[in-house]
Design a binder for this molecule. Sequence first.
Ligand SMILES: Nc1ncnc2c1ncn2[C@@H]1O[C@H](COP(=O)(O)OP(=O)(O)OP(=O)(O)O)[C@@H](O)[C@H]1O
Ligand SMILES: [Mg+2]
Length: 306
Amino acid sequence: MIYTLTLNPAIDASAHISVPFARGGLNRINRIRRDPGGKGINVSKTLRNLGEPTCACFLSGGSAGRVLYDMLVEADIQCVCAEIGTGNTRTNLKITDSEGYTTEINEEGPAFDFQASAAIRKRLLEMATPQDVVVISGKIPPSAPTDIYRTIIREISHRGIRVILDASGEALENGLRSIPFAVKPNAAEVGISEDVESAVKVCSRILTVGTSIAMVSLGEKGAVYCDRSGVRMFAEGMKVDVKCTTGCGDAMTAGLAYGIANNLSPEDTVKIACACGTAAALTDGTQAPSAGSIAGFEDKIRIIRI
Ligand SMILES: Nc1ncnc2c1ncn2[C@@H]1O[C@H](COP(=O)(O)OP(=O)(O)OP(=O)(O)O)[C@@H](O)[C@H]1O
Ligand SMILES: [Mg+2]
């Protein structure tokens, strides 16, 4: 089982308008779709499509949180939530206009609730076994302690459960100090430009501290994978007709988790992770790629040993 933990989930609303976006004016939506969102939940969406058992654990806020729960149940994604005392789960609105411009209006999300956070972590620890993998990803909620991931990773790893961290900024830095089993930041999140040499250096530095697998994604250029056994690979990015790159990293993290949970070889893990990321570039918004689309890319990923 691959558990995902999302402390600040969202409902992603993707709207289309048939005229140019009117700043300061009335914009009439001609179609809109709502998807469960938030990085951990996106990871569970891709895993669900891969047929991999997954459970999305999240903090739920008010009526919007209940809607999110229902959306996940409808999408056939197993989930567990803890209700926060006050506030609503956020909605992130993306408006794409007739000229192809997308305007994003994102809520920050409700204030952090310590009790609910403790409750969801307790549930997670009751359910997960050392064979399982836990993916922790996304921004931490406003007002949460910046070392919250560090605390959570420590308590999960203590039980012998492997943690994959996909985060940025202070949450990533702090999380790394608790030595997650694997990490999947993008280039900007580790402060480098999208080049292989810098990515290898960063991966080596991360592995020195004790993490077993470091994968740094480089957008359309591909990704670098290094592990503690000395395997180093560069997977070239593929030229595809990109629809939307939001969520590519989440899909890649899902593929990485899939490889780890199923004890795939490093090469097969990289292949499926990159296939998931590539396939996600072909979907709208944060919709997860289909198993068929992922399988179609898997054997086409070119891997260079470095
Ligand atoms: N424009 C693109 N063309 C082809 N493949 C892409 C493109 N963008 C991303 N990918 C694939 O997806 C993987 C992850 O992308 P990226 O590095 O953008 O993740 P990220 O910045 O973490 O994304 P996210 O918005 O989900 O956090 C890449 O390594 C690559 O395999
Ligand atoms: Mg990312």
